[in-house]
Design a protein around this ligand. Structure first.
Ligand SMILES: *[C@@H]1O[C@H](CO)[C@@H](O)[C@H](O)[C@H]1NC(C)=O
Ligand SMILES: *[C@@H]1O[C@H](CO)[C@@H](O)[C@H](O)[C@H]1NC(C)=O
Ligand SMILES: *[C@@H]1O[C@H](CO)[C@@H](O)[C@H](O)[C@H]1NC(C)=O
Ligand SMILES: [Cu+2]
Length: 384
C-alpha cells in the first residue's frame, strides 16, 4: 500500500498532473467490483464493447491541466454555437442552452419518477457526444467525486476560480438559505454561505445564463418573460458554493447509499432525497453545494456547466450500485411515470420511452440500463 503522501507525490510528478487524492471507500468498492464486471462480460459478451474498448470517464482532478482546459474549451465552444431550438425556445441562444431547454421541458417527467436515472444517462451521453462531435473535444465527460472537495469546496480544483476550474464562487451578496420542504414544518434550511452573487473568476465568468428562472433558490432573480421559463432572460451565472450542503455528500453517505439499498426503489429514493424526513440525499446535496442561479433551480440547473460533472457522478454511483449485482440490477426499474407519483400513475417498466425532445428520439429504458452495450452498443463506458 502506498501512503497517502507518497501517492500524492507520485501523482504530481512531472508537474502536469494534478495533486492526487487517495481512493475513498466508494472508489475502493468500485475498483474491487471490476472482477464482477469481467465475469459478467465473459458470460454476456456485448459485441464490440468490452473492457478494452470501453470509454473511461474520469474524475475532474484525475485529468491533467491540459485535459481540463480541453474540456472547458469544448463547453465554451458549445456555448458559442447557435441553438437548434430557438424556434420552440426563444431564450435558447446556443447549443449549450438547447440542453437546458430539454431539461426544463421534461423536469416534471424525469425526476422522482422511473425515468430519473436512465433519462439522465441518455442526456449525459448526448451532451458528451455534442462536445466531441461539434466542438472537437477528444476526451470524455468528467465527473465530480463529491467527497474529494466536500470539506472545502470553494478552494477545490473544481471551484477555486483558476483557469483549470469550472469557475469560482459567486461574490458575496446577503441572501437567505435554501428551504427543503419537510413535512410537517418547520422546514429544513441549508444555511446561506459566502457567495450568492455573480461568478467573476475562471473560464465561465463571462457566460450568460439565458433561460429561466422557474424554481429559483435566490429571491432576486428577474423573472422570465415567458411563464414556461423558455424566454430570453440574460443574466450572470451566480453561485453560493456551500459546504453545509456538501457535508451530506461525503463518501460515507455514498457508500451507505450503494451498499444498504437493495432495490431500485430505495436506492433511487435515498439518492434523490427524502424531503419529508429532512434527508437531502447526495443528489440534492451536490446541486446545493453549487447553489445560486441556475444551479439552485430544479428546472434550469443544467445551465450551470458544473451540473454535468455532478450528474456524471450520479450516473457513476448508479453504475457502481449496478455492478454489485449485474444480473438483477440491469433490469431493476422502479417508481412510477410521475414525479413522486403525483398525479398517481402506473409503475415504470423497461419498455417505457425516454427522449431528448427535438434533439433525440425515443430510447427505451431497457436500452439505458447498461453502460456496457446499452443502446445497441452506443453506450460503452466505465468510470475510473
Ligand atoms: C471576460 O470578458 C472580459 C471583457 O471582455 C475579458 O477581458 C476577459 O478576458 C474575459 N474572460 C474570460 C475568462 O473569458
Ligand atoms: C457520515 O459521516 C459524518 C461525519 O462523521 C456523520 O455525521 C454522518 O452521520 C455519516 N453519514 C452516514 C450516512 O453514515
Ligand atoms: C408498483 O411498485 C410498487 C413498489 O415498487 C409495488 O408495491 C406495486 O405492487 C407495483 N404496482 C403494480 C400494479 O405492479
Ligand atoms: Cu435533472
Amino acid at each position: 500500500m502506498l501512503s497517502n503522501t507518497l501517492w500524492a507525490a507520485l501523482a504530481v510528478f512531472g508537474g502536469l498532473v494534478n495533486a492526487g487524492y487517495p481512493p475513498d471507500v466508494v472508489d475502493k468498492l468500485a475498483k474491487n467490483s471490476m472482477s464482477k464486471v469481467k465475469d459478467w462480460l465473459a458470460k454476456n459478451p456485448q459485441g464490440e464493447c468490452n473492457l478494452k474498448t470501453a470509454i473511461v470517464r474520469k474524475e475532474w482532478s484525475d485529468l491533467n491541466k491540459k485535459q481540463q482546459k480541453e474540456y472547458i474549451s469544448a463547453v465554451l465552444c458549445l456555448q458559442s454555437k447557435p441553438s437548434k431550438m430557438s424556434a420552440e425556445a426563444p431564450g435558447a441562444k446556443s447549443r449549450f442552452d438547447d440542453y437546458v431547454v430539454v431539461h426544463v421541458q421534461q423536469t416534471m417527467r424525469n425526476h422522482g419518477s422511473t425515468f430519473f436515472l436512465p433519462w439522465h444517462r441518455l442526456y449525459l451521453w448526448h451532451y458528451e457526444n455534442a462536445l466531441r462531435t461539434e466542438c472537437g473535444y477528444t476526451g470524455y465527460q468528467p465527473y465530480w467525486n463529491w467527497d474529494r472537495y466536500a470539506k472545502d469546496p470553494i478552494n477545490s480544483p473544481l471551484f477555486d476560480g483558476s483557469d483549470t476550474s469550472m469557475s469560482g464562487n459567486g461574490v458575496f451578496v446577503p441572501h437567505a438559505g435554501v428551504t427543503i420542504p419537510t413535512a410537517p414544518p418547520p422546514f429544513d434550511v441549508i444555511p446561506p454561505a459566502e457567495g450568492g452573487g455573480c461568478v467573476t473568476t475562471g473560464p465561465f465568468q463571462n457566460m450568460s445564463v439565458n433561460l429561466g428562472p422557474l424554481a429559483p433558490s435566490l429571491t432576486d432573480i428577474k423573472p422570465n418573460p415567458q411563464p414556461d421559463g423558455l424566454g430570453y432572460n440574460p443574466r450572470c451565472l451566480r453561485r453560493d458554493v456551500n459546504r453545509n450542503s456538501a457535508a451530506v455528500t461525503t463518501a460515507n453517505y455514498t457508500y451507505d447509499l450503494i451498499t444498504n439499498n437493495k432495490n431500485m426503489y430505495w436506492f433511487q429514493t435515498t439518492m434523490e432525497g427524502q424531503f419529508p424526513e429532512g434527508k437531502w440525499g447526495v443528489h440534492s446535496g451536490g446541486h446545493y453545494t453549487v447553489g445560486g442561479d441556475p444551479a439552485g433551480d430544479f428546472f434550469v440547473s443544467p445551465g450551470d456547466p458544473v451540473f454535468w460533472l455532478h450528474h456524471a457522478m450520479i450516473d457513476r454511483v448508479w453504475w457502481i450500485w449496478q455492478i454489485q449485482d449485474l444480473a438483477k440490477r440491469l433490469e431493476d426499474v422502479s417508481l412510477t411515470m410521475t414525479m413522486m407519483n403525483m398525479p398517481p400513475s402506473r409503475n415504470g417498466t423497461l419498455q417505457d420511452e425516454n427522449n431528448l425532445g427535438t434533439l433525440y428520439g425515443d430510447v427505451l429504458t431497457k436500452d439505458l440500463m447498461s453502460t456496457l452495450g446499452g443502446m445497441g452498443g452506443k453506450l460503452c463506458y466505465i468510470y475510473e
